[in-house]
Design a protein around this ligand. Structure first.
Ligand SMILES: Cc1cc2nc3c(=O)[nH]c(=O)nc-3n(C[C@H](O)[C@H](O)[C@H](O)COP(=O)(O)OP(=O)(O)OC[C@H]3O[C@@H](n4cnc5c(N)ncnc54)[C@H](O)[C@@H]3O)c2cc1C
Length: 248
């Protein structure tokens, strides 16, 4: 028993999530270098997760085992199998290993984990900014954000270097048609200046045009452009908790 004046007992060690196994039930090539896998757990079911979370996949390479996180691209409401979506990375042995998997193969993973999440429909205007496969965690967030017919405006600024790298385009366009408060804005920008282009658009519309600073931002993609956009928004007056990001 812990009473007043007694020292608190030591905090219990954080519970480690056990490794789970899943079988690849289905795969789909969005294009030559981008693939989705649908994974169904074997034995223990996937724990409840919030839109935006990821699983950490064990990748056994000859040079040594590595673990790589992959966002859950499907919604909690979809149940199992759940989807991950990934692309080849330059010299990326982990992604290359995933591309060698076949339907019926088994994977080991832990999770779901993550703090880059949107669990409840937002009350303020919300802007999602993503590039390429960076839309994977954002896809279920958008579905959650649009769960109610009425609500604040929701924007998706989505860029890629080529049209084939703009994923789920038909789905987002369909959602925008159904829900006029959802604005889907895909763009094709050169890889080297992609985040500059996204940053300029954000600057013009949500920093320079008014003094409102009660919007939410969710930013996801590869490299330092994610952090630069985060910093631009914070420097422009948005609170830290209003600017959520995940850099790969
Ligand atoms: C929380 C989190 C969630 C992630 N979710 C996804 C996901 O849903 N889909 C996905 O494709 N990747 C995702 N990633 C990236 C993924 O975990 C791996 O980093 C990526 O597949 C490269 O791993 P690798 O072992 O092949 O290459 P590495 O040798 O580990 O990485 C090589 C370089 O590739 C860069 N990189 C990371 N991801 C990409 C990418 N997608 N495209 C191009 N370059 C990249 C890294 O910054 C690094 O500089 C996520 C990363 C994090 C941190």
């Amino acid at each position: 028993m812990t009473g007043a004046g007694n020292p608190a007992p030591p905090a219990p060690a954080p519970a480690r999530r056990p490794a789970l196994r899943a079988r690849i039930e289905r795969m789909h090539d969005h294009c030559a270098d981008t693939r989705s896998l649908w994974l169904r757990t074997i034995g223990v079911a996937l724990a409840r997760f919030a839109p935006g979370m990821f699983v950490s996949i064990a990748i056994p390479l000859a040079a040594g085992a590595r673990v790589r996180p992959y966002s859950i691209a499907s919604s909690p409401e979809d149940g199992e199998p759940f989807e991950i979506c990934f692309n080849r990375a330059p010299n990326g042995a982990g992604a290359a290993w995933l591309f060698e998997r076949e339907t019926g193969d088994e994977l080991e993973f832990t999770g779901p984990f993550g703090a880059f999440t949107l669990d409840r429909a937002p009350e303020a205007e919300t802007i999602f900014v993503a590039e390429g496969t960076g839309v994977a965690p954002i896809r279920p967030m958008i579905r959650r954000a649009l769960a109610d017919r009425e609500g604040p405006p929701i924007h998706l600024l989505y860029a890629a270097d080529r049209a084939e790298h703009l994923l789920y385009r038909g789905e987002f366009a369909g959602l925008a048609h159904e829900r006029p408060r959802f604005r889907f804005e895909p763009s094709i920008l050169p890889a080297a200046t992609l985040w500059d282009g996204l940053g300029r658009s954000v600057q013009r519309r949500w920093l320079d045009s008014d003094a409102v600073r009660i919007r939410n931002f969710y930013i996801c993609g590869v490299g330092k452009g994610v952090l630069e956009l985060r910093d631009r928004l914070r420097a422009g007056g948005y609170e830290r908790r209003s600017v959520r990001y995940e850099q790969w």
